[in-house]
Structure formats: C-alpha cells, structure tokens
Design a protein. Sequence first.
Length: 255
Amino acid sequence: MKKIITLLTTLFMVTALSAQTVAVWGIEDDICWFCNESITMSDLLIDELVHIDGIKVVERTRLNKVLQELNFQNSIYADTDTAKQIGKMVNADYVITGSVTIMECDLIFTARTIDVETGVIINSSKIKASSLNELNNRLYGLAKECVKGLYSTNIYLGTWSCYVGDDYYEITFNSDYTCSIYWEGETEKNGTGTYSVEEDPISGGQILTINGRFKATKERITWSSIVAFSGKKSFTMYAKSGERGGKKTTFTKIK
C-alpha cells in the first residue's frame, strides 16, 4: 500500500542559515595615526561588514563585555585558540582578526577569517592605501574578501542521522540537491530523493524540504519545515514517520 507522508509546519524558528555571525577582534595596532588622524580599523571594518547581505556582526559592546570577563585586551595577540574561545562565547561562527602596519606614508591592513569551530583560517586579504580616502574606498572590498563564501555555503552537505519516533533515519545530502535515505523501522529500507532550501518570507528562517521514495515498498516521504541550527552539526525540524503525527526532530551530522 502506497503511503504518502506529508508534513507542512509554520512554526517560526530562526535558523542560523539565514546569516553567518562574525566577530571582529584582535586587530594588532588597531588604533593608529594615519595622515594625522586617529583611526580604529576594527570599527571601520565593522561598518563595512554590516552592509553585506547574509552577514551578522557581533556588537562591540557585547564583545568588550566578554573580553573584560576573560581579562583580555583587544590588542592581545590573536592566536587561533584564543579566537575560537572568544568566538564561542559570543556565539560567532567566524572571527576576523588581522594587523595594521604603517610603512612611510602607506597603511597596510591585513585581515584573516578564522572558523570558530575548526580554528582554520579560511580567508585572508590585505589592502594598501596612501590616504584615508583611498582606504575608505577599498575597505568594502576587503570586507567582502573576509566573508567570501561564508553565506553561500550549503551547510547540509554530508550524512545526518535522526530518530522520528522509534524509527531511525540516515540522510545523505549531495551537492546537486539529491539525497539518499536509509530508513530503519519495522524493516530496513533504502531510498533516494531530492531536497530544497528556501527562505520563509514571514519568519526570515529557511525551510528545508525533503522528498524521498523507497522503490521496493513504493513508500514516499515529504518533510517540509523551518529548521533551527545549533552550531554546524545539529539542527531541528518537524518530521513524522508512517502515519504518526509530526514531532520536533533533531538531526546530527555523522560524516
């Protein structure tokens, strides 16, 4: 008997996929004199980052509070371990750090983007300017380089597991938006399908839709729900198994 499993929910949960959160910290020689004017590179960079779609920036007041709790100063050397620690405390996905160097009449601003979860430097860029006007004109380009690719990454890629009631699922999301599904209930089933991600126009979150078909039993699943991420390896959505009602389900990335 062909079973159609359909679940559409309008529960308004905010997902981390709608934006990536970055913190700007640890710019060496952040406050400097350039062309006879005092400038703070962190503030200038933040001003540009907030205008980039898909990026949220941690407020300086919130960051400074954490620094005070940790007894850190903004000028402390920003090694990756410290950047990871601070990033996690302010719930940032990435920390942007760097250095400012003045050579003769030129200012060189180098910035690095560190993944808070892995500690890996994923982006690096620098600009050289001989005047404040030139610096301001080029800083937006530097900000774009710092967050290049962060807000377009498909965070679903890989294999995720979940329980829906007593049934166990493993779903592998591929880069071409196909997926393979392993379903262990009363029997074991293997299926294939597709998935899509779209923005919810009301909540601003993102809706994940999974369509799967199990050829041997002719069963199908269609799960569609706003998702909420907790870090990069766990998210929740509403799903159901068989004819049972939908439940809030946690997906965990296993590979």
